[in-house]
Design a protein around this ligand. Structure first.
Ligand code: NAI
Length: 249
């Protein structure tokens, strides 16, 4: 489409094979963006195929430097530029007290959730500066803002994303690059075991402890990501935006 709130923009979205990333890729494309759909699962192919010519799928493990650089290079090669980088891929990791966490789990959760954001911003912002700037969105979590039981590794990774976002926003505020974090509350995606089969949230099942008394939907997170991606948020940088049904207020 020629119009839309992201008309003319090129986006890389990680974790685009599922959940928030897939909903965002679909919404960004509907709003006129061309989208590089990156994921490690293979499902990015399905997301990109559903979008059509405005999308390309890239296999990328976001904890691997060469894969992240390839996703960004694909945006520049195929579409000529990078305007929006949505560092969204993430994993939950095991839910246990820290005394029962394995060192391997620490490395994996921190690599996928935080090293990925470092790599994405290191190479993605360099690409944005070549064409005058852009917008970075990093998916943190409500669990990066407040403590959750048995969640030390994930919480540390997402708290790290929040602070990496804020420092980087300051470093590039006067160079045309905005950097913000999205902090989802409990959202009905494959990250939630009961949602893995694609079932809708149960009307009478477990309601998360969010004041609105319901799960967030991937489309609701995508709508917030769209705001941060586009020019409507042109004076917004360094923000960690909770989209969580009131959980952290
Ligand atoms: P999801 O499981 O539906 O999607 C995550 C995607 O990331 C999957 O497609 C997966 O294949 C991909 N991924 C995992 N490891 C990867 C790697 N090493 N390289 C590339 N891709 C990888 O889950 P959801 O909920 O859409 O997750 C998106 C983000 O939202 C994550 O960062 C997650 O931590 C965050 N989040 C989710 C919440 C929820 O309740 N669903 C709450 C707070 C934050």
């Amino acid at each position: 489409m020629s119009g839309g709130r992201l008309a003319g923009k090129v986006a890389v979205i990680t974790g685009a094979g599922s959940g928030i990333g897939r909903a965002s890729a679909e919404l960004f494309a509907r709003e006129g963006a061309r989208v590089v759909c990156a994921d490690v699962s293979g499902e990015q192919e399905r997301t990109a195929a559903g979008i059509g010519d405005a999308a390309v799928a890239v296999h990328a493990d976001v904890s691997v430097s060469a894969d992240v650089r390839n996703a960004i290079a694909t945006a520049e090669r195929r579409f000529g530029r990078l305007d929006v980088l949505f560092n969204n891929a993430g994993i939950g990791g095991p839910k246990r007290p820290i005394t029962e966490q394995d060192e391997e789990d620490y490395d994996r959760v921190l690599d996928v959730n935080l090293r990925s954001v470092f790599l994405g911003m290191k190479y993605g912002i360099a690409a944005m500066l070549r064409t005058g700037g852009g917008s970075v969105i990093n998916t943190a979590s409500a669990a990066g803002l407040v403590g959750w039981r048995k969640n030390a590794l994930y919480g540390a990774s997402k708290g790290g994303v929040v602070q990496m976002t804020k420092a980087t926003a300051l470093d590039f505020a006067d160079q045309g690059v905005r950097v913000n974090a999205l902090c989802p509350g409990m959202t009905w995606t494959a990250l939630v075991p009961a949602a893995k089969d694609g079932a809708p949230p149960p009307a009478d099942g477990f309601a998360p402890p969010q004041p609105m008394g319901r799960w967030g939907l991937p489309t609701e997170l995508a709508a917030a990501a769209l705001f941060l991606a586009g020019d409507e948020s042109s004076f917004v940088t360094g923000v960690a935006l909770p989209v969580d049904g009131g959980y952290v207020c």
